[in-house]
Design a protein around this ligand. Structure first.
Ligand SMILES: NC(=O)c1ccc[n+]([C@@H]2O[C@H](COP(=O)([O-])OP(=O)(O)OC[C@H]3O[C@@H](n4cnc5c(N)ncnc54)[C@H](OP(=O)(O)O)[C@@H]3O)[C@@H](O)[C@H]2O)c1
Length: 250
């Protein structure tokens, strides 16, 4: 994701002033533009967070749940806004996000696609309007993805829960599970090949069903969303911001 962000940033006239990777990266010292296929940018990849943030208005983080806290702390210390798409964050990291939002503007989204944000809003309203329809979510990703369900599926579960109180996620079904409980949101993960990311929310009634699907066709979708968020966040006062606010034009 980092390389995709750099490639789109360079193409879109955003100045890349730093590039941070793990201390174990084989790419340390290399020019980030060369590595990303964006041409030489004169920015060497380093592992030191403070140096990487020098001169930045905003840092875009797509790393790991383990790396996230240090990057966020570094951004808060340097007074640099943070946009993060890193998934699987622990509750302690989300709490740190709230604490850091007292010092800097922060925007974290488990899915940076504007389309998925719109889908979540549609799901919330559809679940509320449909009453007792059964809700099932199927997500599909490439065979290298290590976690399930996806952060986006979790976000869609939360959207459905906001639409109708009392719904509870049930992950996969196997064996003698009994008849379906009306309060269930079934969540299912498909893994295969090079699927970038598909999510379908099935809303099933007695006589009809609605299927709401989002298909990501390229990882550039997420990088473009993060860059749009970075532009939007730059210059904002400290606080925790949501992608939905950006979309609403707040
Ligand atoms: N929100 C969204 O829309 C969205 C979209 C796609 C992906 N994601 C999430 O974004 C994250 C990254 O995804 P990816 O596919 O780009 O994964 P990836 O290819 O594994 O990239 C993770 C990067 O983080 C680096 N890193 C690890 N530890 C670090 C540290 N301590 N300090 C600085 N950098 C560190 C890794 O470096 P090394 O290779 O040296 O370890 C690697 O370059 C994941 O959490 C993924 O789920 C979110």
């Amino acid at each position: 994701m980092g390389l995709t962000v750099v490639r789109l940033a360079a193409a879109g006239g955003v100045e890349v002033v730093g590039a941070i990777d793990s201390g174990a990266s084989p790419h340390l010292g290399r020019d980030i533009g060369d590595l990303a296929g964006a041409g030489t940018l004169g920015v060497a990849i380093g592992a030191d967070i403070a140096s990487g943030l020098l001169g930045a208005d905003v840092v875009i983080d797509f790393s790991t749940a383990g790396a996230f806290d240090a990057i966020l702390r570094g951004a808060a210390r340097s007074g640099v806004a943070l946009v993060s798409g890193t998934t699987r964050l622990e509750p302690a990291s989300l709490a740190l996000l709230d604490k850091s939002a007292l010092k800097i503007p922060v925007l974290w989204a488990p899915n940076m696609s504007v389309g998925v944000q719109v889908l979540a809003d549609v799901v919330r309203r559809a679940v509320a309007a449909l009453g007792d329809y059964d809700v099932e979510i199927v997500e599909a990703h490439h065979n290298q993805k290590t976690d399930a369900p996806s952060g986006t599926a979790t976000m869609l579960v939360q959207a459905a829960e906001r639409g109708r109180a009392g719904l509870v996620a049930v992950h996969g079904r196997e064996g003698d599970v009994g008849t379906r409980n009306p309060t269930e949101i079934g969540v299912h993960a498909v893994r295969g090949g090079g699927i970038v990311g598909d999510h379908t929310v099935h809303l099933v009634g007695q006589f009809d069903r609605i299927e709401l699907t989002h298909r990501a066709m390229s990882r550039e979708l997420f990088a473009a969303g993060a860059l749009r968020a970075a532009r939007w966040l730059t210059g904002k006062s400290a606080g925790r911001y949501e992608l939905a606010q950006m979309i609403a034009g707040d």
